[in-house]
Design a binder for this molecule. Structure first.
Ligand SMILES: NC(=O)c1ccc[n+]([C@@H]2O[C@H](COP(=O)([O-])OP(=O)(O)OC[C@H]3O[C@@H](n4cnc5c(N)ncnc54)[C@H](OP(=O)(O)O)[C@@H]3O)[C@@H](O)[C@H]2O)c1
Length: 291
């Protein structure tokens, strides 16, 4: 099992961000592939259930892409969207019916025959590990799904699910802005069980670059600036190298729609931060000296 050095996130490419046209998607996909990036991260709900379909239009027009692209998608969040569904509120569903229906819809929307990584997007408090296991194994046998994982699952939720089905990946929120995974046991559990760790919002969703920052963000910005000077690189590269330098092998899921920023992120994976600098950024994030 392997990922590209960074994973290309699609959440902000459509109506939740850059509002790409079909030609924008096509150019963006080609440019990512030219950089050696073939992992693209989707979810059924992105763009209010529209981004997969927009992205898939390019694959339907260019079937050659099917063998070059590796797709992750997610299900289990039921998001009310006027005119698309009649969910009365946002809730989670990891039942056999929802998983099967969602995978079929994603395959149809994306214009592919198989999904490389299917993830449960958020922990469902009604989770039945046996039901998930039977469902995912049937999808694997049918060739619709290759690998399986979760997103935002805690250590105990992963452990329960792992008792019935092997997990290949956990996609968690990890960044200087959100370092909880280093403390709450989720990262250690992934290391112990050889579950790949991917990090969403690796730049804190852009919050870290705010021009009118709160006190904590200001502290992070100052430290990042200092380190960018020391390592002779850009500030966003410091934030990304904070993830890639860590020995757990964390792979960032990027959110930018700009190819120049993706190129810069790729270079960041080569920057190796010293241990004391890594801790200095953690200190700036938590706002106090470690014990
Ligand atoms: N599993 C989950 O629950 C979950 C949740 C959220 C997201 N995700 C996945 O993770 C991916 C990344 O999440 P994210 O979009 O929050 O990631 P992010 O990379 O932390 O944030 C991206 C945002 O930061 C901005 N940005 C990037 N570099 C910047 C810079 N140097 N200066 C100023 N702004 C900058 C981008 O704007 P530009 O486009 O202008 O560069 C974009 O708006 C998503 O696409 C999605 O695939 C998963």
């Amino acid at each position: 099992m392997s990922f590209s050095k960074v994973i290309v996130g699609t959440m902000r490419l459509g109506s939740w961000g850059a509002a790409f046209s079909s030609s924008d998607y096509e150019r963006f996909i080609d440019e990512c592939l030219d950089l050696g990036l073939n992992d693209f991260d989707h979810a059924d709900i992105y763009g209010g259930y529209t981004t997969e379909e927009e992205f898939g239009r390019v694959i339907k027009k260019r079937p050659d892409l099917k063998s070059r692209i590796r797709l992750t998608t997610k299900c289990s969040i039921m998001m009310p969207v006027d005119g698309r569904n009649s969910y009365p509120l946002k809730y989670y569903d990891s039942s056999a019916k929802h998983i099967k229906d969602s995978v079929d819809r994603s395959l149809q929307n994306l214009g592919v025959d198989q999904i490389e990584y299917l993830l449960l997007h958020r922990p469902d408090y009604w989770l039945d590990a046996e039901e998930v296991s039977e469902t995912v194994n049937a999808l694997k046998s049918a060739g619709k799904v290759i690998r399986f994982g979760v997103s935002n699952y805690t250590r105990s939720q992963m452990s329960y699910l792992q008792s019935k089905i092997e997990l290949d990946v956990n996609q968690m929120e990890i960044s200087v802005n959100h370092p909880d995974a280093f403390e709450d046991g989720s990262l250690d559990y992934c290391k112990e069980k050889s579950i790949a760790i991917t990090a969403w919002s690796p730049l804190g969703g852009g919050k870290i670059f705010e021009s009118n920052p709160d006190k904590r963000t200001k502290g992070i910005q100052q430290k990042v600036k200092q380190l960018a000077k020391k390592y002779e690189c850009r500030e966003d590269q410091i934030l990304l190298s904070w993830l890639s330098t860590h020995p757990a092998g964390i792979i960032p899921v990027l959110g930018t729609s700009k190819i120049e920023r993706i190129k810069s992120a790729l270079k960041a994976t080569a920057i190796k931060m010293e241990r004391n600098d890594w801790y200095a950024l953690l200190e700036a994030s938590i706002g106090h000296e470690l014990a």
